[in-house]
Design a protein around this ligand. Structure first.
Ligand code: ADP
Ligand code: MG
Length: 413
């Protein structure tokens, strides 16, 4: 009987995990969070409905496992609805221990979310360990308080308590392993898709920019010849010169925005990136001054790396430009540029105090043509991701709406 109840309860706990995998993977983050809280609530109710009933009148169930997991991942905001549902159900069921259960749930709801912020930043393995530990501590504490309110606390009680603790630990651990596996699968698929996208774009850009550059060169060559002709009138000469200027602009657009193309061998350098950061900072300085943006910088890196100098410069310019544009709307701010070394990695941080982004916006960064600006191309960040991808680096974005954005780039050497 006990074993069957355990299996049944385990099935209840699996239910949100499986439902998430099948139905919600491709929805928005906010929708997913709500759906998961709802599913956890269902699980909790099912757990309460089918508790473990032991001979000596000892009843316990696994309802606190979804509660703890939601509290750890979602924090106070998401566990509160669960807390309400849990207590409504418990009061509805009534009976002995209702008050204790209420008090216990309240303590948990206040304590567990306190380290939720730190919890979500931990590594996968640590999260599994922490969740299991929390679960053990919680149920341990619960049993401990229970032992005071009971008249007969004999060895039988403690053996049952031990069983309860191991069940909680085991089940939490297994569920956490499943959750972490889903998270890591989603992440790696995301990364794969992004790198696929970049490959397609850079292939396309390479051929397009090549195909366009040739006719541009030929046209501008003939126009220059025409310009030297003796029979050409003054007005015609002006037309030709205007055409040449426009051609030059087209060429510039091609080389600026379509430089996702494969690294060109004559641009390859072996250096420490500080020079490029410094050079591009000087280029962008007038633009920053116009928009009342102060530029802070510190360059401390001696590690070297092979890279395409033009692309890296373009990449930094795109990041600086976005940062300044984000601060333009708030009437100025500070752009900070840092480069340093850490365990054979080149670390670059570019931060602004601009408008910032929501989580949703961050997740769309780097997708082609994603832009929130009127005259934006939505190609800048794509180029940034593509370039950093090419030097096997990674980009971490931290942003808060209204506060600012920080790009942390890690490039292994
Ligand atoms: P564009 O600058 O042409 O709009 P990008 O690819 O450079 O295209 O940027 C895409 C979008 O990402 C921008 O429109 C903006 O909404 C957002 N973004 C990029 N960098 C920042 C930043 N530092 N602060 C706030 N939003 C940013
Ligand atoms: Mg841009």
């Amino acid at each position: 009987m006990l074993f069957e109840t355990l299996l049944l309860n385990f099935l209840f706990l699996l239910f949100p995990v499986v439902a998430f995998l099948i139905f919600f993977e491709n929805r928005t983050v906010a929708f997913n969070q709500k759906a998961l809280v709802l599913l956890s609530a269902v699980t909790m109710i099912l757990c309460i409905a089918k508790p473990f009933k032991l001979e000596i009148g000892f009843i316990f169930d696994l309802r606190y496992i979804p509660f703890i997991i939601v509290a750890l991942f979602g924090g106070f905001k998401h566990v509160f609805p669960l807390y309400v549902i849990l207590n409504v159900c418990r009061f509805y069921v009534g009976g002995e221990g209702t008050m204790q259960s209420f008090l216990f749930a309240t303590i948990m709801m206040i304590l567990v979310p306190l380290y939720s912020r730190r919890f979500v930043k931990l590594s996968s393995k640590r999260r599994i360990a922490w969740a299991t530990l929390t679960s053990v501590l919680a149920i341990g504490f619960y049993l401990f308080t229970l032992s005071f309110s009971r008249m007969t606390v004999d060895w039988q009680f403690w053996i049952l308590a031990l069983n309860a603790v191991t069940t909680y630990a085991g089940v939490t651990c297994v569920i956490m392993i499943l959750i972490e596996k889903i998270i890591s699968n989603t992440k790696s698929r995301e990364r794969l898709m992004q790198s696929d996208r970049l490959n397609v774009v850079s292939e396309l850009a390479a051929s397009v920019s090549h195909e366009i550059r040739n006719p541009l060169t030929v046209t501008s060559g003939f126009l220059q010849l025409l310009n030297k002709s003796r029979t050409i009138t003054q007005v015609e000469k002006e037309y030709v010169e205007l055409s040449l200027l426009e051609l030059k602009r087209a060429e510039k657009i091609v080389s600026d925005y379509l430089s996702f193309a494969k690294p060109q061998s004559d641009n390859m350098v072996y250096s420490n990136m500080s020079e490029e950061l410094e050079y591009t900072k000087n280029i962008i300085l007038p633009y920053a001054t116009i928009h009342e943006v102060e530029v802070n910088y510190s360059f401390n890196n001696t590690l070297n790396k092979h890279y395409d100098q033009n692309q890296i410069q373009q990449c930094f310019i795109n990041l600086y430009k976005n940062a300044i544009e984000a601060m333009k709307e708030t009437g100025g701010g500070t752009l900070s540029i840092e480069i340093w070394e850490k365990k054979r990695n080149i670390m670059i941080r570019i931060g602004d105090t601009g408008i910032g982004m929501t989580k949703e916006e961050i997740s769309r960064l780097g997708k082609p043509y994603y832009s929130t600006k009127e005259e934006g191309t939505g190609l800048g960040m794509l180029m940034v991701y593509s370039t950093i991808n090419k030097v096997r680096g990674s980009i971490e974005v931290k942003s808060e709406k209204g506060k600012g954005t920080t790009f942390l780039i890690t490039i292994p050497t």
